[in-house]
Design a protein around this ligand. Sequence first.
Ligand code: ADP
Ligand code: GLC
Length: 506
Amino acid sequence: MRILMIASEAAPFAKTGGLADVVGALPRALARLGHHVDLVLPRYRGITGEQALGRVTVPLGGQVADAAILSATVTDGVRAIFVDHPAYFDRDFLYGVADHDYADNAERFAFFARAALEWAAASHLRHDIVHGHDWQAGLVPVLLHRGLAPHPRLRAAVTVFTIHNLAYQGIFDASWLPRLGLGFELMHANALEYYGRISFLKGGILFSRVITTVSPQYAQEVQTPDLGFGFDGILRHRSADLVGILNGIDYDQWDPARDPHLPVPFDPSNLAGKDAVKRALLEQVGLPTDSAVLARPLVGMVSRLVDQKGFDLLATLGDELARLDASFVLLGSGERRYEDFWLGLAARHPGRIAVRIGFDEALAHRIEGGADLFLMPSRFEPCGLNQMYSLRYGTVPLVRATGGLVDTVENFDPPTGKGTGFTFDEYSPQALLGTLRWALGVYQDRAIWRRIQAAGMQQDLSWDASARQYVKVYERATGKVAQPPSDPATEERDTQHGIRQTEDPH
Ligand code: ADP
Ligand code: GLC
């Protein structure tokens, strides 16, 4: 199959989170199975292409803008295709500055979606599948379904849409529609309308043939009011076409036996190297390295500092954390209040708690390598990659039982000695603290701890199995009779979707 993959970030070109890791690795895993992937990305600042493929013109709300198209070979069977339009993408950040999204994100990603399709049509390649990721690619299936795709052959391609995080919905004022070259008929409950505004994510969900989420557990959770973020009705409506596929991890990037960011390699049969990594990590972040500190469990965190990741729970625990028999190292950036909390904590307990604010790929690898426990008390977690990196690196994950964390971490069971980590259910500081105390206690029994580490390190987390499931989804999608969403122009408002409209668009 030839797959046109469209996403707003992919490692190693541009990364703000796990989306980039997944979109970086999945095409290569598909190529290993014999498929071809053209991965279209915006050309952000700093990205260089190897080859100029020409230009495309993109109609956008009565105006025509053009983009240069560049390409780079990623590996055999995978090409990155960059949409170059400096006014939109040559900026300091991908989506916005600090807490503020760029004001023209609707236009930037509408342009991107159209440019991707224009290129695919101009390329004369026959793409069997058009696979978009998250709201930034949400208009891709909408454009294809509305017949706005530039070439009839492309209109026959089957659309697959992956939700990495339902909390980001690409919501904009409806007045954008004409400026994006879209009609007001899309301002409908069966189309883009969402509480009186428009949602790109909703377009992706309603207009794609198959929808996937990044873990089986999350595929269930998004259909509940609790974790559906207002989209549970829409997703229940499409549940027959909704599939959860667990992300894999990229063993080329995340393998403790050959990770260039680790000072010493290690593997399940030789964990001595892990102690050396711990010492180097403590040194790097300025924590003491005397034997008492080396013997004390080191708790690691690498995260966006946002509510999703459970930082409100940690903030409630406050100085209590420093009274535990553990040291902490945190790498992250995000909301100011959480950055300030952790910087304050580190200032008050310099021998116990080290904090690095920022994005640092090398340090992220060292924390995965050098910590004993990895903390991820997420409020919700579509999949989560860090707990999988931790399993691979013998760093026992302590997670809240939600989303992909349920699918990847098995709670330690003392009677049988089975398990790969520690999990807690209730989203409360007490449940987190209790589980942390329990895990720190278990750590004292080195034999049991080694067994938990070994069980995690042996888990198969590779992309191969996941990529095969995507292929199954592609096959199913192409073999299936087309079931486009009902036509907004003729349909009554569909209240089944569970969406209340604040005003009638007609
Ligand atoms: P999410 O995508 O929700 O942030 P994931 O666990 O899926 O969570 O993926 C996060 C990815 O981003 C991981 O590869 C993680 O190592 C990386 N990451 C997050 N914060 C940082 C940071 N401050 N520095 C380096 N890498 C980070
Ligand atoms: C999102 C989710 C995260 C997931 C990642 C990759 O950022 O928050 O849980 O692992 O996408 O799919």
